[in-house]
Write a protein that binds this ligand. Sequence first.
Ligand code: COA
Length: 184
Amino acid sequence: MPCPEPVLETERLLLRPPQREDYAGWAALGRDEEAMRHLGGTKTAFDSWRHFLANVGSWHVLGFGPFSVIRKADGHWIGRIGPLRPEGWPGNEIGWTLAREAWGQGYATEAASAAADWAFAVLGWDEMIHCIAPDNHASQAVAKRLGSSRRGPGRMPAPHDQEAIDIWGQTRGEWFARRAPRTA
Ligand SMILES: CC(C)(COP(=O)(O)OP(=O)(O)OC[C@H]1O[C@@H](n2cnc3c(N)ncnc32)[C@H](O)[C@@H]1OP(=O)(O)O)[C@@H](O)C(=O)NCCC(=O)NCCS
């Protein structure tokens, strides 16, 4: 499948597929204990590189993947947000992870709204899910701001199958009926 290289623009952000220059920020995020607390702990440079290339590969093989989020004000990479569906995943996910310096400013909700618009419109998804640890309250708050609700416990594929997660989500119809504002 050809890689469409979409660029989404919101009030404060640009979303585009990951590029080589994003890796330094990606690796720094992987070293941040607090940011990785609900994502299986800190990552070695090797694991970050593999994960980075898995996201690049998702764009090339599937035609979608998490977007790199670029803050328009300074051109900085601030995180990765968007559609993902690794093999064995419990559904079509819109996920979000930001560098700590970008928390508390509404960027996750702004970017995830744009990514959800794109996934429903361009990928034709019928629903989106979010896999969220039961004690990840910041992530649950993003899901709620988007209008998603908790559906119950879920399971990710091995080697993550022992990590407790809840599935949050909403249908395409729910999204378009109650479209989340991008900077609510
Ligand atoms: C989960 C995560 C992305 C949430 O980020 P976030 O910045 O809290 O979420 P949002 O972008 O929706 O921002 C909302 C916050 O910004 C504040 N805010 C400030 N300016 C704002 C603006 N202009 N517009 C909207 N909100 C604004 C809101 O009041 C809210 O703050 P509060 O949580 O103190 O009430 C972030 O905590 C993270 O990356 N965590 C580590 C990785 C992770 O766990 N990912 C999820 C795995 S399931």
